[in-house]
Write a protein that binds this ligand. Sequence first.
Ligand code: AMP
Ligand code: GLY
Length: 417
Amino acid sequence: MRVLVLGGGGREHALCWSIARSPRLKKLWCAPGNAGISAQAECVTLDIENAEQVVGFCKREAVDLLVVGPEAPLAAGVSDAARQAGIAVFGPGQGAAMLEISKAFSKEICIASGAPTATYGVFDTPEAAKDYLEKQGAPIVVKADGLAAGKGVIVAQTPDEARDAVDSIFDGPGGGRVVMEEMLVGEEASFFVLTDGETALPLAGAQDHKRAFDGDTGPNTGGMGAYSPAPAFTAEIEKAAMERIVMPVLAEMRARGTPYSGVLYVGLMLTREGPKVIEFNARFGDPECQCILPRLKTDLLPVLLACADGELEGQSLDWNSDTCLTVVMAAQGYPGGYARGDVISGLEEAASDPDVTIFHAGTKAQDDAILSNGGRVLGITALGKDVAEARQRAYAAAKAVRWDTGFFRSDIGWRAL
Ligand code: AMP
Ligand code: GLY
């Protein structure tokens, strides 16, 4: 098979690394890719949010399967355009990706399908949002309705904080609309499900670390580390999440004429009343993907194709019983401003342990050197018999990487230990 992956982060490196192991793969491209991905795929320059460019490439190169990594191309309708052109696509259409694109829509789908979630209101003016705040009080969660690259959610502890959050959202680029919701209490977990729209195959649970610094302090980031499976996400919780959330939501999306296919990322709060939806994403998590795929023994490529072709029924997945843990190395200053172009070395030595894999995120090759080229730069990933062993291996590898201005959290996995 001839496959094109869109994206250039750690998630896409993990996807390319998995796809490249498939005996059915003939040729793999990744746009734009990164320095690590170029070991598995030919990296090509394309505007991945431009449907014409992506479809044109797929036609020219006779691509059999398009795999969409990030949400932006989904929101831009790239998967729809490719499907219309007769190309198999792993990733939902724009209408189904609304589950991620609009928080108001995702709440509406939860209510319509009976999926447990926080009580909420949607408001088009700051005044209306503040009236709701008067009635509900704090703590309260204030969310921009649209895509905000992980920066559109404020968990406000006081009414003043909530009012500021409302103003900042109405003044900001997300603009227009806020969702205000009840603050849920519990541990968070990310649950990933593969689906062709009808059949759903639970992939795995994972736990991410969203804050920049140790002890879950500092600003929110895209994710500083993750592990899978997460002991807190038990088989019983998985069953409840499938029955009460995933299957009803997929049925609701079908009923609306926008069946959801691809990977559904269910962000959950594990509350005392059971798992409740915090958010949906229409893509794999990053860095969760990096610590899920190394555990998968089944050939990923035919499963992705089955999702695209509506043929997931009867498929199953075989897992390694190990735990996998990823430590993200980021550029100093991330998630704020940071420099690019720092030389990173020691990667081969760091990855010399056969249980360690280093996924690249923001990296670029220049001559023989690897340069930092983004906020989150590397995902140091290790397998082990449990969280403690995987973590010890990942940190030993992270410490062998030579990059003066890089940083990482030193407590990834603390919840599970
Ligand atoms: P989201 O982008 O919706 O995942 O929100 C980002 C983060 O905000 C989540 O990972 C949670 O830590 C927090 N959050 C969002 N919604 C809630 C909620 N209803 N209750 C408590 N925390 C929340
Ligand atoms: N790690 C969180 C996300 O991918 O949204």
